[in-house]
Design a binder for this molecule. Structure first.
Ligand SMILES: Nc1nc2c(c(=O)[nH]1)N[C@H]1C(S)=C(S)[C@@H](COP(=O)(O)O)O[C@H]1N2
Ligand SMILES: [Mo]
Length: 464
């Protein structure tokens, strides 16, 4: 088959194409069945219709080092044929979609830049409200830049709302201080045990902000009748970059769950990296449900059929599953509320021979943190840390983390033996953290919350 014929078979970039062929190492694949589950959205894959994938992958760098893309995805697609030598096309011009990325000046630890995946530093993790510039960033693709705020509209069930019309909403503005954690936070810890896939996060894929906007239930009530709302069990929310998820209608409609369509972050316009002009905030629920750059909100009878909802991206599979193709992914639920998490963000010896430790603790579902313990002997003995900012949050509605600290002796055996501090948190449901990752490891590297350990630094020398 000739490349030109192929190119005509599908028109590149045409997003209504019903079938798509792609070429990799001169083998032509029919990628039609993969279109809907392409992690970057079907639109991005259509760009490569009838063309070689290599130059696209060089630009969309998230494919780099992901052998499973070739092994699991391409290998499962029907092969159409192989290109003849004379039909091989070597020159492609792919426009770099990342040339409009926002300027980033905050303190962040970068794992990748295109797409941007960067975690909060220890310093950022020590403040109750994270500065917007220091807030962790997790993007699946380029940042959609909205230059014309006045022209920005959200399609809610076919009704186009602009930011001005939302202001007139019954119920008015509301705000929530919520900690957001990526499902893959601390994935790097899993990796040391057994391979997973995705960004190798440390403890910093978590941050907290004050979000202000409009209750999602008010937005739904503005655009749907009560009867329509009662008939549909899910709310689908899609971002301008094609990321699509759903939240259960009952969560969206429950005033005590504080689900909002936010337009402000820490009292200012949301920054482009965090969803300008408007993003969904679903407190107490895994990061991915907090859709940025909201484009469309629709009620539906079923969950959203997407990579991030019904697909494998955010599913905590049993530890025995070593390959997604081993299981019927639709039989597993997508991740929602997360288990208790904690980490030490500073630890040093004091001049008096003791130790000074601080950190954060968080649990999903608004469950209040009731205890944080530290150990200096690998978990043989534990001491209670003091709960600080965040500790006074209400039961069932503790959407933000709780800061904690410990000042005292280094414990039985002192620090001499191990020189480390371990921490673990318990929430009001009595849920704790497991000692290690053996029992919780999963293929996608989600929900790592083993006891956190960190070296205790030597005390600072007194300045002369
Ligand atoms: N539209 C859109 N929304 C998105 C994402 C995305 O890539 N596109 N990433 C999700 C994921 S996986 C996480 S963890 C959070 C990260 O939000 P942040 O970048 O503001 O920290 O946003 C979620 N919302
Ligand atoms: Mo995430």
């Amino acid at each position: 088959m000739s490349a030109r014929k192929l190119a005509r078979a599908v028109s590149p970039g045409h997003n209504t194409a019903s079938s798509i062929y792609v070429i990799y190492k001169n083998i032509v694949y029919d990628a039609t069945e993969f279109l809907a589950s392409h992690p970057g959205g079907s639109g991005k894959l259509l760009l490569a219709g009838g063309q070689h994938l290599e130059p696209f992958w060089a630009v969309f760098k998230q494919h780099e080092g992901r052998e499973y893309v070739v092994r699991d995805v391409l290998a499962s697609l029907p092969v159409v044929g192989e290109l003849r030598d004379e039909d091989k096309v070597f020159v492609h011009k792919v426009e770099n979609p990342y040339i409009h990325e926002p300027v980033r000046t905050g303190a962040l630890k970068y794992h990748s830049v295109t797409p941007c995946n960067a975690e909060c530093t220890d310093e950022g993790l020590r403040t109750f409200i994270t500065d917007s510039g220091d807030y962790y960033i997790r993007h699946h693709g380029p940042v959609p830049i909205v230059e014309d705020k006045e022209g920005y509209e959200i399609d809610v069930g076919g009704m186009m709302l602009n930011l001005g019309s939302i202001e007139t909403i019954a119920g008015g503005r509301t705000s929530v201080t919520s900690t957001m954690q990526c499902g893959g936070n601390r994935r790097g810890r899993f990796e040391a045990h057994q391979k997973t896939s995705g960004t190798q996060w440390g403890v910093g894929a978590i941050s907290t902000a004050k979000w202000e906007g409009f209750a999602l239930r008010d937005v739904l009530k503005m655009c749907y009748t009560e009867e329509e709302i009662s008939r549909h069990s899910h709310v689908h929310v899609e971002g301008m970059d094609g990321t699509l998820i759903s939240v259960p209608r009952d969560r969206a409609m429950d005033p005590s769950k504080d689900v909002i369509l936010a337009t402000k972050m820490n009292d200012e316009d949301i920054t482009p990296d965090h969803g300008f002009p408007a993003r969904l905030i679903v407190p107490g629920v895994v990061g991915v449900r907090n859709i940025k750059w909201v484009k469309r909100i629709t009620l539906a009878p079923e969950e959203a059929d997407s990579m991030w909802q019904t697909g494998h991206a955010y599913k905590v599979l049993p530890t025995w599953v070593k390959n997604v193709s081993e299981v019927d992914i639709t039989e597993y639920e997508g991740m929602m509320e997360m288990q208790p998490q904690s980490a030490t963000t500073a630890a040093s010896k004091t001049r008096g021979g003791g130790v000074s430790v601080e950190g954060f603790a968080y649990s999903g579902g608004g469950r209040k943190i009731v205890r944080v313990e530290v150990s200096f002997d690998g978990g043989e003995t534990w001491r209670d840390a003091e709960l600080k900012e965040g500790a006074a949050q209400g039961s069932g509605r503790a959407w933000a983390w709780t800061m904690w600290s410990y000042e005292g002796e280094g414990g039985k055996g002192g620090l001499g033996g191990k020189g480390k501090v371990w921490c673990r948190a318990t929430d009001e449901g009595g849920r704790g953290q497991p000692e290690g990752v053996e029992g919780i490891w999963n293929l996608r590297g989600l929900g790592c919350n083993a006891w956190h350990e960190r070296y205790v630094e030597e005390e600072e020398e007194e300045e002369a």
